[in-house]
Design a protein around this ligand. Structure first.
Ligand code: ZN
Length: 306
């Protein structure tokens, strides 16, 4: 029997292309258990997630809600016939996988389903560097590139959900002859600036490239082009840049400077002209933005139902 005075117990899933991170708890300082599973097939991976939550429920009581922040593209619109599914993806076996359905069969609680980056944005809004803001962006630059947007107090979905990693960028083929790594667009933002692109272009992983390597000036330039475009488009009050590549300490100052150069004084705000260091920032939750974002999604889902 659920005691009304007990704190809520949320299930959180950060679904990534290489691993799934699951947690149960009530907030960043109240995580009761956590588990990681290698991403294999939807049936196997979601089966491990379900089993983890069931085991935790036996120990700690029923979950109040589940938040699922997942790699995309995906359908986050509850009114759509394909809600809760992964949309066509190059990832083998995952196209059309009904991942929310696999949870719903086992758990009769509110389930929030959104992109990994929208989840991370909500986590940063609740507990990280976007507290008190009404409009901001969370961008991850890692194996892939993706962005979540929180606009006037709500996560932005629109037609499906933003795909900020796949915008076209200016690509100077003399300076950078690499053709790009995106299977859909070649030299889109992700195709030029993801961890995969870095590795293919330079023959080694980003973490192995010296901070003084020419790779970083190019990388910062691509990220800065994208941030300048987002700044012009959504007028965010802040941009949070995370991910394995995006969180590299030596990259951030270059990105800040180059973004300000691209904007070139056009946006007359002290946030950009004088305080770019607090306009473009790394995540407050570090590499925990994803799983804590899923927790924040769960809390929001429960609040909506109440
Ligand atoms: Zn692309």
């Amino acid at each position: 029997m659920t005691n009304i005075n007990e704190p809520p117990l949320y299930g959180a899933i950060e679904g990534g292309g290489t691993k799934f991170v699951c947690a149960i708890g009530a907030g960043p300082n109240a995580i009761r258990a956590e588990a990681r599973f290698t991403t294999s097939t939807p049936e196997e991976t979601m089966g491990q997630v379900v089993k983890f939550f069931q085991q935790q429920e036996e120990k700690s009581g029923k979950l109040s809600a589940i938040g699922f922040a997942c790699f995309g593209p995906l359908d986050p619109n509850p009114a759509s016939p394909t809600y809760g599914r992964i949309l066509p993806t190059p990832k083998p076996g995952w196209t059309n996988a009904d991942v929310v359905g696999m949870l719903r069969r086992e758990f009769d609680v509110p389930i929030a389903f959104d992109t990994d980056v929208n989840g991370a944005a909500l986590g940063e809004w609740r507990w990280g560097k976007a507290q008190g803001l009404r409009t901001f962006i969370y961008l991850t630059v890692g194996t892939g590139v993706g962005g979540g947007a929180y606009v006037e107090g709500n996560l932005l979905h629109g037609l499906i959900h933003p795909e900020m990693g796949h915008i076209p960028l200016r690509h100077d083929l003399e300076k950078d002859p690499f053709e790009g790594a995106c299977p859909f667009h070649g030299d889109c933002f992700e195709g030029l600036a993801s961890g995969v692109a870095l590795e293919r272009r330079w023959g080694m992983r980003g973490s192995q490239l010296d901070p003084e390597h020419i790779a970083w000036d190019l990388e910062a330039g691509y990220i800065a082009q994208a941030l300048a475009s987002y700044t012009m488009t959504l007028s965010p009050q802040r941009i949070i840049v995370g991910g394995g590549v995006g969180s590299l300490g030596h990259l951030l100052p270059r990105v800040q400077n180059q973004t300000r150069e691209y904007i070139n004084g056009y946006i007359q705000s002290p946030a950009i002209l004088e305080n770019i260091e607090s306009y473009i920032v790394n995540p407050g939750l570090g590499n925990r933005s994803g799983v804590l974002g899923a927790l924040a999604l769960a809390a929001q889902a429960r609040g909506r139902q109440a």
